[in-house]
Design a protein around this ligand. Structure first.
Ligand SMILES: Cc1ncc(COP(=O)(O)O)c(C=O)c1O
Length: 368
């Protein structure tokens, strides 16, 4: 049996299809955390309408989207760089700031480490503990800052769903300033939270010269194949990031889609309500019907710990054979062989997930 995360991530349909021998059958994908509503319909329309524009180069300065985004975020355009996904923004940060040492908080998104090492940095880490649902002790985080040139935190963190309070974020940002450590706050999933829970220091950007916010538009607007993200920081840092960016790295269709996404306020509200409701629903279903422990994550995904000797790898295999993809988390430093992650999707899909989980439990005679 081989991992379907051979490239390090969920959502690899091609590997899963081959692995599970389900080439002609559509897979139900709970392994990538993408808005289950799909892209806003107007985005699909704009993509069709604008197909002809691919004979031209995209705007290398991404002017229209930058203007809209800066208005939306309430920040000057000089604070903003648009990238080919949040992933490109992270690469630009490391390329531009050239940290010799990078700090991460395990368990976390594997690209922090992968990109840092690819660009020659050494990784140092602290761990969130299971009894704290993987939220790190601030003292451990601060000690890490003393040891590194740049640190990543996820807010909400993937795969745990951990978020920080405003007070905690301020303490973290101030400590990063005090120790001259660049702090990357990865807010790729923050849009999925109810507006009153979208706690961010972005409006106070002027007070922090070492902080860089990274956001993704691929997850919330369900366009991961198109790629779109951005970073927000002090203009001097943004300039350094821009110097490293390959000209035209954000394609014309992604720019056009991004502009429409920002106008889709009803879609945004509908998504947030759905995710809030369905996350609770899914968590309760898994706890009540299967008796498995679900960590209290705040985003559009949930981390689950299997009881006893049940392995996430086995569960993933059994589910995959039935056409449902879940994300084994066994390879995340700080997690165990019994941990898996699922996206929060529509009620119908969540019910289907649960029914398939129950089938597998019955067939394998896994007891609580
Ligand atoms: C925490 C986190 N940040 C960033 C990304 C990358 O997002 P994008 O698709 O915008 O590159 C991911 C993708 O899985 C992620 O999980």
């Amino acid at each position: 049996m081989a991992w379907i995360e051979k490239y390090g991530h969920g959502g690899d349909l091609l590997t899963a299809q081959k692995q599970f021998g389900l080439v002609s059958q559509p897979l139900l994908d709970f392994s990538a955390n993408i808005n289950p509503l799909g892209p806003p319909p107007r985005v699909m329309q704009v993509l069709r309408d604008q197909l002809e524009t691919i004979v031209h180069y995209p705007d290398p300065a991404q002017r229209k989207l930058k203007e809209k985004l800066s208005k939306r975020l309430g920040i000057g355009e000089e604070h903003l760089v648009i990238g080919n996904g949040a992933a490109e923004c992270m690469a630009l940060i490391i390329l531009a700031l050239q940290p010799k040492t990078v700090g991460v908080v395990y368990p976390c998104f594997s690209e922090y480490e992968k990109l840092s090492m690819a660009f020659g940095a050494e990784i140092k880490a602290c761990f969130g503990k299971v009894e704290k649902h993987f939220k790190p002790e601030l003292a451990d985080l601060f000690a890490l800052f003393d040891d590194v040139d740049l640190a990543f935190i996820g807010h909400p963190n993937n795969p745990t769903g951990v978020t920080y309070s405003e007070e905690e974020l301020r303490a973290i940002a101030e400590q990063a300033e005090a120790s001259n450590t660049f702090l990357v706050v990865d807010e790729a999933f923050i849009d999925f939270l109810p507006k009153n829970k979208q706690v961010t220091l972005m409006p106070d950007l002027a007070n922090y010269k070492h902080i860089i916010f990274v956001r993704s538009m691929t997850k919330f607007y369900a366009i991961p194949g198109l790629r779109l993200g951005y970073a927000v920081s002090d203009p001097k840092i943004i300039e350094r990031l821009q110097e490293k960016q390959v000209t035209w790295s954000v394609n014309q269709l992604a720019l056009a889609a991004g502009e429409i996404c920002l106008e889709e306020l009803d879609y945004e509200e509908k998504t947030i309500t759905l995710i809030e409701e369905q996350r609770e629903y899914l968590k309760n279903l898994i706890e009540d019907r299967l008796g498995w422990f679900v960590f209290p994550g705040q985003a559009n995904f949930l981390l689950v710990r299997l009881p006893g000797s049940i392995l996430a790898e086995d569960l993933q295999w059994e589910m995959g054979k039935k056409g449902v993809m879940v994300r084994s988390c066994a390879m995340y430093p700080g997690l165990s062989l019994h941990d898996f992650r699922i996206a929060v999707r529509t009620k119908q899909e969540n019910d289907e997930l649960l029914a398939t989980l129950q089938e597998v439990v019955e067939e394998r005679k896994w007891r609580k």
